[in-house]
Ligand binder design. Structure first.
Ligand code: AMP
Length: 239
């Protein structure tokens, strides 16, 4: 549905125009965020996206949308996702190949939750090399496993935007409702202590080698620190 711009305050419109002009002068950036479930990648992504004019591609969000829409791809991915296992490399590589060509990714992208295996990383590198591009930085969000259980089991998500809240650490203004849209928040089916164990095991065994694969581009972040402090470390890493 087209947006009625007459409803948008002039200062908001001017701010958006200024932002788009500033974006024209920013260098391209292709960034990977790596970290276990609940490490804060999703929380930090909107700031990075806005600051560097990038698109945010979270394979978990894309897959959940496909599951909700009951597409053939979603039906194929659902079983692995419910079990906390990884879906096939071909599915996620296909999703990323298509998504990175969208106009909103013209200045580059933030990959969140991808690549999760070395096979995915190599396929990503090949895909970018064919376009004369490459990954600039890999941000490694380090959080001790013991802290993640409380972060993940208390999480509430707005499915439309991927915005996440925490019932104790970052509650929405009104319980159960997204601050921006007023739409209901949901609990992810895989955000429970049992499935988290499988997801952490998959992370440590399959994703840790991805960090080694990109060793020269990796910046390690202490992601158990307060949000603003993590944001400052990210800003310094991407400056
Ligand atoms: P996330 O939202 O990143 O925690 O992902 C949720 C689930 O989606 C994971 O537990 C996997 O089942 C699946 N998934 C997301 N990204 C990938 C990926 N790059 N490779 C394989 N499976 C993925």
């Amino acid at each position: 549905m087209p947006i009625d711009l007459s409803e948008v305050p002039t200062h908001e419109l001017m701010k958006e125009i200024q932002h788009r002009l500033d974006c024209g002068n920013k260098p391209d950036k292709r960034v990977i965020l790596i970290g276990p479930p609940g490490c804060g990648k999703g929380t930090q992504s909107p700031r990075i996206k806005y600051e560097h004019c990038l698109c945010h591609l979270a394979t978990g969000d894309m897959l959940r949308a496909a599951v909700a829409a009951k597409t053939p791809l979603g039906l194929e991915a659902k079983k692995a996702m419910d079990a906390g296992a990884l879906v096939s490399d071909d599915i996620v590589v296909g999703l990323i190949e298509e998504a990175t060509q969208q106009p909103e990714c013209a200045k580059g992208f933030i990959l969140d939750g991808f690549p999760r295996t070395v096979v995915q990383a190599k396929k990503l590198d090949e895909m970018l090399a064919k376009r004369g591009q490459g990954i600039d930085k890999v941000l490694d969000f380090v959080v001790p496993d013991a802290l993640l259980v409380e972060r993940v089991t208390g999480r509430w998500v707005h499915p439309g935007s991927g915005r996440s809240y925490h019932e104790k650490f970052a509650p929405p203004k009104v319980t159960g409702v997204d601050d921006i849209t007023g739409e209901p928040l949901i609990k992810r089916k895989d955000d429970n202590a049992d499935t988290l164990k499988a997801r952490l095991a998959a992370f440590h065994s399959q994703t840790t080698p991805v960090i080694e694969h990109y060793a020269k581009k990796v910046v390690v972040l202490k992601a158990d620190r307060p949000q603003d402090e993590v944001a400052r470390s990210i800003a310094a890493a991407l400056a």
